[in-house]
Design a protein around this ligand. Structure first.
Ligand SMILES: NC(=O)c1ccc[n+]([C@@H]2O[C@H](COP(=O)([O-])OP(=O)(O)OC[C@H]3O[C@@H](n4cnc5c(N)ncnc54)[C@H](O)[C@@H]3O)[C@@H](O)[C@H]2O)c1
Length: 441
């Protein structure tokens, strides 16, 4: 029998600090409050709905993930948030217009009570927003103020996880300030503009031993300085960019095509969306961050080194168009040009009338709950087993990320089985076929 990992119990409260109280966060928060009142089910949430098969298929053992491992459940959670606008969660949810007023009214008191702390902000990183509810001072001062916020919140809870669900920052490559924690701290003291606000939150979280999950495509914990700090503080990190919408569809469809050895000539994806996220992504700098994150999904699935005859020169184009009338109800179109036996061409068209924040909200819950589990189980550094939830999974240096949703799922559930001391499931299944399977000498 494999050994069970020692995991600290789920006692007291898990504090989730949300960076950004916009469409995704308020959709998550409203859902959490409704679930607690038994007004809704946690649809799409692994932690609160998911199961795992254990043992052999003949055992017929399926358990809820929270029976397998000590996971924080909805009633165990306390919330806090930062935003650069002062709207409480009720006002912010109304403005985001994702959920029906009738649903917001059911938990209005709780939503009104969730007021954001002032955010750490620099308009050069999100050009379309003019934050009014912001921390002042140098980067070092803002980082210290964020640390103080976390310490204050920790007085009310047993442990803290920080999830970034704030606007996408402009694209940036890592610079000298990001190469080590030493360099990063010197740059903080020098108020170096190459340190992004999101990196201030990550630094503050890790310094306070709060796990950090990055739901947006910006450069944050995927820099050597933060990886080093996460090891030094023995705290888990993961990223990046919640896997929702069109990219979720891509990582569902592409592995199927690749596994059937169908060739791909091109994949054109375009979207219209009209929420604040869409407005921010209308800025070329923020769009570049998103474009890189979305475009990186296909090459590891369609591996042209392994199958040059199928996947060389795939033309992959991704467009995001800000179109206000559509609000949060995005529409994503994909045209996929594929070919099969004898090179005969075929096409696939996808029209996904999707609700991005509805898909992202359960991921916020999962990332918070599993980051907390990781911390209690003694994991620190990059948590690649959470790649199931991300568009651009962060890995150990030198590893390419697994983008295939089904491989990610096996990795995720096997990690949970491994923690719980259960056999890993390889799907080999030869042991069901007795004498019909040759013996190895
Ligand atoms: N909606 C999805 O399905 C989805 C999927 C993947 C990733 N994301 C990413 O998640 C993030 C949130 O998406 P959303 O639709 O909720 O966007 P949103 O615009 O509705 O909300 C973002 C919030 O972050 C706040 N903010 C901006 N900079 C901040 C800072 N420095 N500190 C604190 N708050 C700050 C904004 O004021 C806003 O309220 C975006 O980066 C988006 O790209 C969203």
């Amino acid at each position: 029998m494999p050994q069970k990992l020692e995991i600290a119990p789920n006692k007291g409260k898990l504090g989730i600090m949300l960076v950004g109280l916009g469409a995704v966060s308020t959709t998550f928060v409203t859902g959490l409050y409704m679930i607690r009142k038994d007004l809704a089910k946690p649809i799409g949430c692994q932690a609160w709905m998911g199961t795992a098969r254990l043992g052999k298929r003949t055992d017929n053992r399926f358990v809820k993930l929270n029976e397998l491992l000590p996971l924080a459940m909805p009633q165990d959670i306390e919330l806090a948030a930062w935003d650069i606008f002062p709207d409480n969660a009720y006002e912010a949810a109304k403005a985001a217009a994702v959920l029906k007023d009738a649903d917001l009214e059911k938990v209005k008191d709780e939503l009104v009570a969730l007021k954001p702390l002032p955010g750490a902000f620099d308009v050069n990183y999100v050009k379309r927003l003019n934050g009014t509810h912001v921390k002042t001072g140098t980067r070092r001062e803002m980082a210290e103020a964020l640390r103080a916020d976390i310490r204050e919140f920790r007085k009310k809870v047993d442990r803290v996880v920080v999830v970034w669900a704030a606007s996408t920052e402009v694209y940036a490559d890592p610079g000298p300030a990001h190469q080590s924690i030493d360099a990063f701290e010197k740059a903080l003291d020098a108020n170096d503009p190459s340190i992004a606000p999101s990196q201030l939150y990550a630094y503050a979280a890790l310094m306070e031993k709060a796990g950090y999950a990055n739901g947006a495509p910006n450069l944050t914990v995927d820099i050597p300085a933060m990886v080093e700090l996460s090891h030094r503080m023995k705290t888990p990190i993961s990223g990046k960019d919640f896997k929702t919408g069109q990219t979720l569809m891509k990582t569902i469809i592409a592995p199927g095509l690749a596994n059937r050895l169908l060739g791909v000539k091109g994949w054109f994806s375009t979207n219209i969306l009209g929420n604040r996220d869409g407005e921010v992504l209308d800025d070329p700098g923020s769009f570049k961050s998103k474009e890189v994150s979305k475009a990186g999904v296909l090459p590891p699935i369609f591996n042209e080194k392994v199958y040059p005859e199928l996947f060389s020169d795939i033309y992959h184009k991704v467009r995001i168009n800000y179109y206000p009338p559509r609000g949060d109800e995005k529409e994503g179109w994909d045209n996929i040009d594929i070919f099969g036996w004898l090179g005969y061409p075929m096409q696939i068209k996808v029209d996904f009338l999707c609700r991005d924040s509805i898909l992202a909200a359960p991921i916020v819950a999962d990332l918070a709950v599993f980051t907390d589990l990781a911390a209690r189980a003694g994991f620190y550094g990059v948590q690649e087993w959470l790649s199931f939830f991300y568009k651009t999974p962060q890995t150990a240096t030198g590893l390419y990320p697994e983008h295939d949703l089904f491989i990610q799922k096996v990795k995720f559930k096997n990690t949970l089985r491994w923690m719980a001391g259960e056999d890993l499931i390889t799907h080999l299944g030869l042991d069901y076929y007795g004498e019909g399977v040759p013996k190895k000498s």
